[in-house]
Design a protein around this ligand. Structure first.
Ligand code: SF4
Length: 455
């Protein structure tokens, strides 16, 4: 039986959903064994992402897999990256490029008794695509038409989670407020939400990725009637009208009015938001005004991203791009002040897919084939080893911390066992060689040796 691994380059709703569908077909096809470790697989499918930094990450994952998979393994690349970089991907050595639909047709089987969720999630993805055209965002270009599932199908999915989940996320893969336009001729999320709350009342609902334009009176009324709608993720992005206009998003007055109304009717509702700092032309004063607005406390949870110059988007060719250093400062300021969740800042994606691939490939050739032990990998979805390699700095940081906190024999036993269980001998030897050859005191080198190799 051939071994097959599916490696995901992101945890976007739609991609998890697609992975579930694909893995279902593969498992029920009966001719393949699904494995988590791509280094032993005969076929490795890489699900890529094309958004900002994730594009770079996806290319690095391809390079890692190609460098460490069996030499005769078939490596198939699918996902969003195909939509914008198909030709470059085609040029990479030892890679096949296939759309999601092509893969399904290869592995398709006729049985319908699918395993419900392979990658665990309590989310119900109600649609794919986005009809909005935010000037900084590449999704509308790569995701194709908006596609909603029917209300009936969504309610069946909600029902399947109802017995086991106390909270269910209802969300579009990219955008929720346009739900239903394609199949019912008008935005129909309020109708769907009301039906879910009526038929399945004993669980909480969280609404994901909701564009402020969807906060109609009907939507506000459904939320205020149903107290088990506990959270909405409403991304405001900014409060400066000139910036919002450049972003191609609704004015501040529109969004603020809706938020005030929601707050008045449902003071208990969790409203989380996300803002972008360092958008082209953002002045210091506009940034400070944004901070002052966030200080008012309307939001229970804040995420902050620094603007990223994503190729092919209208914003990427706007004048007055803000230097990376200032974007980073503004991001850090909001992170520190509000404890905001941060999306990494990138210095823009400058290398082509091929250049990035060549650079990453030579790096991964020097690393151990696997970093994690199987017991760690099998707790996670495929691809975790790649993720760990790409965050090697974080791994080394962890190892350094263990070295610095280890004092007694008891610590050596406990911490050494932990590291031994988590990382392969090959990777612990690599970590040790970094300490051995680095500019460290002898005591640290001895500790590192004892912790990483002697236990
Ligand atoms: S609403 Fe979201 S997914 Fe759609 S274009 Fe704007 S940022 Fe992108």
């Amino acid at each position: 039986m051939k071994k097959i691994a599916v490696v995901m380059c992101n945890d976007m709703h739609m991609d998890i959903e697609r992975s579930n569908v694909l893995l279902n077909h593969i498992i029920q096809n009966g001719s393949y064994e699904v494995v988590c470790d791509y280094t032993i697989a005969d076929i490795v499918i890489i699900q890529t992402c094309a958004f900002g930094e994730k594009k770079k990450y996806s290319v690095q994952v391809i390079a890692d897999v190609r460098a460490n998979a069996c030499s005769d393994a078939k490596v198939i690349v699918t996902g969003c990256l195909l939509s914008i970089n198909n030709e470059e991907l085609d040029a990479l050595p030892g890679i096949e490029v296939k759309s999601f639909e092509e893969l399904i047709s290869i592995f398709q089987q006729t049985k319908t008794d699918f395993v419900s969720k392979i990658v665990p999630q309590n989310r119900v993805i109600i649609s794919e695509g986005c009809l909005k055209k935010c000037s900084y965002c590449v999704y509308p270009m790569i995701c194709g038409k908006y596609k909603s599932k029917s209300i009936e199908d969504i309610l069946i999915e909600v029902e399947s989670l109802y017995d086991t989940e106390t909270t269910i996320y209802l969300t579009g893969a990219q955008e929720t407020s346009d739900y239903g336009i394609d199949i019912y001729g008008k935005p129909s999320f309020p109708n769907l939400l009301q039906k879910a709350c009526t038929q399945f009342p004993n669980c909480n609902y969280v609404i994901g990725w909701f564009h402020p334009t969807g906060l109609t009176d009907e939507m506000i009324s459904v939320i205020s009637r149903n107290k088990n709608v506990v959270e909405i993720m409403l991304h405001i992005q900014h409060i400066s009208n000139p910036i919002l206009k450049s972003m191609n998003r609704p004015s501040f007055e529109f969004t603020d009015g809706k938020i005030q109304k929601l707050r008045e009717l449902r003071p208990d509702l969790i409203i989380s938001t996300e803002v972008i700092v360092g958008f082209p032309g953002e002045t210091q004063l506009e940034f400070e005004n944004l901070v002052a607005y966030l200080e008012k406390g309307y939001f229970n949870d804040i995420g902050v991203a620094s603007y990223e110059q994503v190729l092919d988007t209208p914003a990427s060719i706007m004048e007055n791009q803000i230097p990376l250093e200032i974007r980073q400062q503004r991001l850090n300021f909001i992170k520190d002040k509000f404890g905001a969740c941060v999306y990494p800042t990138s210095n823009n994606y400058e290398m082509s897919v091929i250049e990035e691939y060549i650079k990453a490939y030579s790096f991964f050739e020097t690393l151990p084939r696997t970093i994690l032990n199987d017991s760690q990998k099998y707790n996670c979805i495929a691809g975790i080893d790649t993720k760990t390699k790409l965050n090697l700095e974080d791994v080394l940081q962890e190892v350094s911390e263990y070295i610095s906190i280890t004092r007694s024999e008891f610590d050596f036993q406990r911490n050494g066992s932990y590291l031994k269980e988590k990382y392969t001998l090959e990777s612990r030897s690599l970590f040790y060689s970094i300490f051995e050859n680095g500019n460290f005191k002898e005591g640290i080198k001895l500790k590192a040796k004892k912790l990483l190799l002697d236990n």
